[in-house]
Design a protein around this ligand. Structure first.
Ligand code: CMC
Length: 427
């Protein structure tokens, strides 16, 4: 095994180099402090691997994303969301029988305890759905029995329950926020069709399920299903490392996803495009603002911590956006603006030098708008899609023999020891 030798103050530490399946390498520093007294410092964790994982592979330089070894492009073309969820959680593609059983289980667990509806009623109308969904997922823990962490069957039941109920909770929160009657899940509909129906069916205008939109939703959720150790997934793993119940760990992940630099970017992109449209702003001026270091504005939906080339999910999303709008004969002026922004940015020296390309969120909002999803629900859509990944990562960390409480260290730079001063002696 290759090692790296660290010599510090006469102490020698041989650090093993760990090699992943695709040849990526890491220095295992787990014995560094014990041997040398040193820790590492890596704000934002850009150089830190928090775990080994067999779930998702991404290569940010080449624009590769694979779930359990399968390219996301193949899954987007051939799979459906529930099958991809099974793949991520169980590690293999299901047989027909396993997929059928999974669908039956999802259907059996799709209802929400009726008392949970009272919770929804008491949120102020203007509440952001991400806050509501995060709170409701934590609340699920009170309605459904404690998960026995070592009982595989019970874990599978909890996992399926969560996957199924989050979709019902999300649709219910939307209906209640509109003051509309809640629509229950139907056993004859697939996962995605059921969600759309729960969102948009109403007693006076039955919802017509459109295969183009059902297919688009499958692809949208497949593209979001996992993305290795991003901010929310790391949150799920970290919170989970304290051995909290699965609901609490997922709820923390939802809260982490909410931010505009992470999952909240899909909402921020549409708000940015709408503002440009409303104000009739010139695309070149928008790009100038994004480059101006004295202006906090950033081009939302552009850039990524890992991808230094076109995000492979964005490529699929862009194609899907074009085809959905074409099939539904929708002309969305925001798509024209997005295209112009992309064209201008991709030929601009700043964007080229900084390796800034569209990410998954750049075109996704336009697809969601075509489905009729309101802007403030966009990040909830991301969260439903990311749930299988969070669950798979939580399961993997739980099964890891090296699973320890996550507890980073720090370098303290505050005052050296000082003493308490009584209040009348302070100025
Ligand atoms: N517009 C303008 N400049 C940018 C942008 C942008 N969207 N993104 C990065 N930069 C610049 C940044 O100003 C910095 O420039 P300099 O080195 O000259 O100071 C450089 O690029 C590196 O930026 P960073 O913030 O250090 O890079 P990061 O890896 O920490 O940030 C990011 C990644 C996604 C937070 C960032 O690109 C960004 O804020 N993008 C916009 C928000 C967005 O679309 N987020 C969704 C990410 S994809 C969904 C998900 O997986 O969560």
């Amino acid at each position: 095994m290759e090692t790296i030798r660290v010599i510090y103050e006469g102490k020698v530490c041989e650090l093993p180099v760990i090699v992943g399946t695709e040849g990526e390498k890491a220095i295992d520093i787990s014995r560094l402090r014990q041997t040398t007294g040193l820790i590492t410092l890596d704000p934002g964790f850009g150089n830190t691997g928090s775990c080994t994982s067999a779930i998702t592979f991404m290569d940010g330089e080449k624009g590769i994303l694979r779930y359990r070894g399968i390219p996301v492009e193949e899954l987007a073309e051939h799979s459906i969301f529930t099958e991809t969820a099974y793949l991520l959680i169980h590690g293999v593609l299901p047989t027909r029988q396993q997929l059928n059983q999974f669908s039956v289980l999802l259907n059996d667990n799709s209802l929400i305890h009726e008392d949970m509806q009272f919770f929804f009623q008491n949120f102020p109308r203007a509440s952001h759905p991400m806050g509501i969904v995060s709170a409701m997922v934590t609340a699920l823990r009170s309605f459904y029995p404690e998960l026995k962490i070592n009982d595989e069957e019970e874990i599978n039941l909890t996992v399926t329950r969560l996957l199924s109920k989050i979709r019902t909770l999300a649709a219910m929160s939307y209906k209640i926020s509109r003051g509309h009657k809640v629509i229950y899940p139907r056993p004859d509909l697939t996962y995605c069709a059921n969600f759309l129906n729960m969102m948009f069916d109403n007693p006076v205008r039955p919802y017509c399920i459109d295969d183009t939109l059902v297919n688009a939703l499958n692809v949208f959720w497949i593209l979001h299903a996992d993305h290795e150790q991003n901010c929310s997934t790391s949150t799920v793993r970290m919170v989970g490392s304290g051995r909290v119940n699965l609901y609490a760990a997922i709820s923390a992940g939802i809260a982490a996803l909410w931010g505009p630099l992470h999952g909240g970017a899909n909402q921020a992109v549409i708000e940015m495009l709408e503002k440009i449209h409303r104000e009739g702003a010139n695309v070149r001026d928008v790009i100038l603002r994004a480059k101006d270091k004295n202006d906090p504005f950033r081009l939302m939906g552009f850039g990524h911590r890992v991808y230094k080339t076109y995000d492979p999910r964005a490529k699929i999303m862009k194609k899907m956006c074009d085809s959905v709008l074409q099939k539904l004969k929708i002309h969305d002026p925001l798509l024209d603006i997005a295209r112009q922004l992309e064209e201008t940015a991709l030929t601009d020296a700043y964007f080229i030098d900084h390796h800034l390309y569209p990410n998954v969120d750049f075109y996704s909002g336009i697809v969601l708008r075509a489905m009729g999803i309101p802007t403030n629900m966009f990040t909830v859509m991301f969260a439903i899609g990311r749930l299988p990944g969070w669950i798979a990562q939580w399961k993997e960390s739980r099964d890891d023999p090296d699973w320890r409480l996550s507890r980073p260290r720090q370098i303290y730079v505050g005052p050296a020891q000082t003493h308490y001063l009584p209040i009348d002696r302070r100025h």
